[in-house]
Design a protein around this ligand. Structure first.
Ligand code: HEC
Ligand code: HEC
Length: 355
């Protein structure tokens, strides 16, 4: 039954999951979890290190905002709709674009009035498993986070009191809200719930790396296998980027020269939180450069060269970031490995907007 959800293409599984919700596979939804296609056969034993990178086969949803197809569809539409912005020009998807692995390909987000934001737009992929959100972790849930950019003056700039009237005036939304939240009036809280539900369905798809973990030894080149061993061994990357999402969900100063104090703004007394930013997951990473919270590193090669050099070395810097002196060949191997974490882009069409 679960395997029914699996379409054959690699890449993000967002569309598949949404489709699955409508079809015969709706029965795959169990409790607050949603099943995903499995990547490996049960008979194959990948070994301990590799096993820690196996993707789960369900998406977790919180009990106070359970998955329904109607909610996810509404959220997917709201995510794409520029009418949720003061100027009618910006949607969530303007900065979290599927084609850029749900980032936007720029060093800094561009908000209201085409003004650059302070930080880069992070990917929202796999946020169903996220612990805290934003580069500095200031948002505790996706529901809470979703309203922030709508009302933020520098982002979408639509005052809170205008969200419901703006949507009520669009007839198509009345029907979409009625089926997602029967008996409830349109409100910012429901907008947050719908968007968060959609976001949780944006999950990384099967990448060449997963096929390798699943036992297909030919699916990644020898350089990437060497890179995987360095990542888990001498280069020490897995200390922060371990597990199938490739993040510890923690905050670290990796020694970049930017003056932004990151999580230090919320925790001014904790030395190690100064210039600390959330460890980004590395799924689909090849499609979402430039990298880091400030977009200061243009390529994966530049990121690996930064780690090899050991960073600035100020007191807040993580002890796990130290001079590695990786050879050019080692650095190329790590890049080759990182490239295997990206599936092919999903052709997830933008939904028709309600009128
Ligand atoms: C103008 C560009 C822009 C728009 C529009 C925008 N975002 Fe973002 N988004 C960002 C930036 C930049 C950050 C990181 C900000 C920070 O950490 O200080 C971010 C962070 C996030 C995060 C946190 C991801 C993580 O892993 O921590 C989520 C989730 C998110 N945005 C969802 C949304 C939603 C939902 C909308 C629409 C309601 C939206 N964004 C609109 C630029 C944008
Ligand atoms: C101490 C924890 C830690 C270690 C060790 C570490 N990283 Fe990171 N990584 C982070 C954090 C935190 C960021 C975000 C930093 C920022 O934006 O300021 C990051 C960012 C990245 C990014 C950019 C992702 C994006 O979307 O911008 C890549 C790629 C990356 N790391 C790969 C690696 C590799 C390869 C290694 C080993 C050579 C490594 N990391 C070691 C914590 C770590």
């Amino acid at each position: 039954m679960l395997r029914n959800i699996a379409l054959t293409s690699a890449g993000l599984v967002v569309a598949r999951v949404l489709l699955a919700g409508y079809g015969a596979c709706a029965s795959a939804l169990v409790g607050a979890a949603m099943h995903l296609p499995a990547v490996s056969s049960a008979a194959f034993d990948p070994g301990d290190v590799k096993r820690s990178y196996l993707s789960p086969d369900t998406i977790p949803f919180p009990n106070d905002n359970r998955y329904t197809p109607a909610k996810a569809l509404l959220g997917r539409i709201l995510f794409q709709d520029p009418r949720l912005s003061g100027s009618f020009a910006l949607a969530c998807a303007s900065c979290h674009n599927a084609g850029f692995a749900f980032g936007n390909g720029l060093a800094r987000g561009i908000g209201e009035g085409l003004k650059p934001l302070k930080r880069r737009s992070p990917s929202i992929i796999n946020s169903a498993w996220g612990v805290r959100f934003m580069w500095d972790g200031r948002a505790g849930s996706l529901e809470q986070q979703a309203i922030g950019p709508i009302v933020g003056a520098t982002e979408m700039n639509l005052p809170l009191a205008q969200i419901a009237p703006r949507l009520e005036a669009i007839r198509g939304y009345q029907a979409l809200f009625a089926s997602a939240f029967p008996g409830h009036a349109i409100s910012p809280g429901l907008v947050g719930e719908a968007i968060a539900t959609y976001e949780r369905t944006v999950v990384s798809g099967t990448a060449p790396f997963d096929r390798w973990i699943g036992g297909d030894t030919a699916s990644i080149p020898a350089a990437a296998v060497r890179g995987f061993n360095l990542f888990n061994g001498r280069a020490g990357c897995a200390a922060c980027h371990g597990g199938w999402t490739f993040t510890d969900d923690g905050f670290h100063d990796t020694g970049l020269p930017d003056a932004d104090t990151g999580r230090g703004m919320l925790l001014p007394r904790v030395i190690k939180m100064q210039h600390a930013f959330k460890t980004p997951g590395l799924r689909e990473v090849a499609r979402r450069g430039p990298y880091m919270h400030d977009g200061s590193l243009p390529t994966l090669a530049a990121v690996v060269a930064h780690y090899s050099g050991g960073g600035l070395g100020r007191p807040s810097q993580s002890e796990l970031i130290r001079r590695l002196d990786l050879s050019a060949a080692d650095q190329a191997d790590i890049v080759a490995f990182l490239e295997t974490l990206t599936g092919s882009a999903d052709q997830d069409a933008v939904p028709a907007m309600p009128r």
